[in-house]
Design a binder for this molecule. Sequence first.
Ligand SMILES: Nc1ncnc2c1ncn2[C@@H]1O[C@H](COP(=O)(O)OP(=O)(O)OP(=O)(O)O)[C@@H](O)[C@H]1O
Length: 679
Amino acid sequence: MALTTNAFGGSWSTLPTSLTPWILDVIQSMGHTQMTPVQASTIPLFMQHKDVVVEAVTGSGKTLAFVIPILERLIRRERKLRKHELGALIISPTRELATQIHSVFSLFLSAQPRTEPAELDSDPLDPEYPDPLLLISSTKSSPAQDVQRFTSTGADIIIGTPGRVEEFLLGKGKTIVNVKELEVLVLDEADRLLDLGFQAAVTRIITHLPKQRRTGLFSATMTDADALSELVRVGLRNPARIVVKVQAKKLKFGGAAGTAVRETVEERRIPANLKIHYVVCHASEKLVQLTRIISSEITEHSSSRFIVYFATGACVDYFYRILQDLLPPRTSLFSLHGNLPPSARTRTLAAFSDAPATVASPAILLATDVAARGLDLPSVNTIIQFDPPSDPKAFSHRCGRTARAGRSGQAWVLLVGREKSYIEFLAIRKIPVSERPYFAAAGDQVMLVPSARDELEGEEEPVRPDDPEVSVFLDRIRKTVLTDRAIHDQAMTAFVSFVRAYSKHEASYIFRVKDLDLIGVAKSFGLLRLPHMPELRDMPRGNWEEAAVEWNAFAYTDKAQEAKRLVAGKAAATVLDAEREKRRAARAEKQKANGAWSDKVVKKEEKEKRKDWKDRKRKWLKTQTQVEAAKPEHGEHGDEVGDDHDDWEELAREERMAKKMRKGDFSQKAFDAEFANFD
Ligand SMILES: Nc1ncnc2c1ncn2[C@@H]1O[C@H](COP(=O)(O)OP(=O)(O)OP(=O)(O)O)[C@@H](O)[C@H]1O
């Protein structure tokens, strides 16, 4: 079933099966007089015997579209669930979203009528349906305590994150929790839960559940392809596919003097009242643009509550510190990412929601994608994506934290260089994003100058002079960083994490590290120096200047950390000295080995010379014997005898000298000189 609508889905009383009165009372108390389209189409099917795959834009009321059918099915059961029997299971990818769904169930169940005491001594306040049980990682409850809570109070409905639910059903609670009666399984943000990261755990959970159950998959980005590929694995049987799209009117211009010529209707996968803009800038200008977009949103739309998305938790931590000095003094900043302890995440979200934000004192949450999906914070006016998300699906989820339930909202994304082609990528996915010119410094103007290429095409492209505030920002950030070595560490970690995250973009043909101006990014981060990383090795440095820092004296403000650094520095110096000494000893050893080797060579040469001399002597003696034998009786060849005699004398002298040399009385050099012409 595909619905394309902006309208509400009709009154609750028009549902084919009327709702239980106390359920209806709670809905009325929420102020929801009409159903949303996704509720109108999903609730009747899911209350009956249909599996559903639901795709509807962010903030369209999908939560009630499964909460109400689950409650109605459990209320209408012929036999009430026993203490250790489970009736429904809802799995969500984040603890924040699980907590939010839990609070919606709790709101309903806390309003259920209390049973009349059957006996005088029984508790009159005993509810018929126990509280839902929330299973998320927390410092307050361990997996064993989850099972203990379940054993003591019982729960018909379980809501949790995949890991904790698996632990509960297949680990600690395996022999206690009975799933045989489980009627409904819901995967909220199903496309995320069926991603690689969660897939294995979710599949193990599903395999443990009875096949006779209803299953619902819900998401704003549950595409046809996702749905189809998951049907078999999730065990859906003949499901109803519900897609709620949005229509938006669009004016086509082109009449005389640029007047509108006709109105067209376009289909979009984002809420009707959400406007998304993008700004193209240099990497070094991103932070400057961020602050100017915030100011402009405050003045133009009276925005007071913002969410700014960054690529990594380390970036959130770092910019949380840096932006405190760059934003107006009465701005309240909050930070949320997956590396924070669970209790800190809960506190931050509550503090951000409750902050009394005004135009004069806005509240800004800096977050990663841990806050991209499902969070319902109705008063958020503006979303800014400082870094586009690695997972393209997260783009519409992030934007969807504003403009919820018919409200209006603004979203922005900053793009650098070739990232501009991301806009076409989004357009194909029915996410329209319109360009806004670069936010120039107050008093500066963006000049429209035809570029050489565009002259040929008859178009104009803005050519901007360098933004003077970029270097002002760089100096201001560096000043902050120089106050504490810990901030410098944070800056380096954030930068490296950003580059790593960038290299993992799923739309890798748009987001390529080799096309990114990393030096510009380093400037936007206000780095004091560049880290050693392969991505920077061949990068042209341009006008990059390292900050003048006395690194040995650059201290941590935290005394304990500084003391540790100094001790570590001394230890490192000792290790360095020891290594230097080791290298020196190794060199000496090598020289010695080389010396011994050359001695051996000399001795070998001497030996060969002696052998040669002996051979020749033997040969001479032999010929001498032959000559003697052939001699005439009375010495006719006197001269010949005389020559041989000289040779013999020579050889005898040579032998004497060689003997002397062996004893050390005569040097090898003298020996060689003496017999240089021996042959
Ligand atoms: N029938 C209704 N009429 C008016 N508001 C409603 C109705 N149903 C739900 N809402 C409100 O709409 C808001 C968004 O609902 P919900 O969080 O269920 O949206 P969602 O579709 O799950 O969004 P997301 O995709 O971001 O998770 C909530 O504040 C909720 O109270």
